[in-house]
Design a protein around this ligand. Structure first.
Ligand SMILES: [Zn+2]
Length: 64
């Protein structure tokens, strides 16, 4: 079990003041992450994950 993760997208500021990004672990698994609402969802591929990121940044109003 390796905790290493690399951020593979821009870090976007969400509407609520959190930060959202896409990260990848050493096995190549992608995770959609947002500090505002606490999202940490696995993503199947980078393209849809980036679409989620852009959309989520303008929709997420949750504050930590
Ligand atoms: Zn969020």
């Amino acid at each position: 079990m390796n905790e290493y993760r690399e951020i593979v997208s821009e870090i976007l500021r969400t509407d609520g003041g959190g930060e959202a990004w896409i990260e990848m672990d050493l096995s190549g698994y992608l995770t959609e992450r947002c500090t505002g609402c606490g999202t940490a969802e696995p993503a199947v591929a980078l393209a849809p994950a980036l679409q989620w990121l852009t959309r989520h940044a303008s929709l997420c109003t949750a504050r930590r």
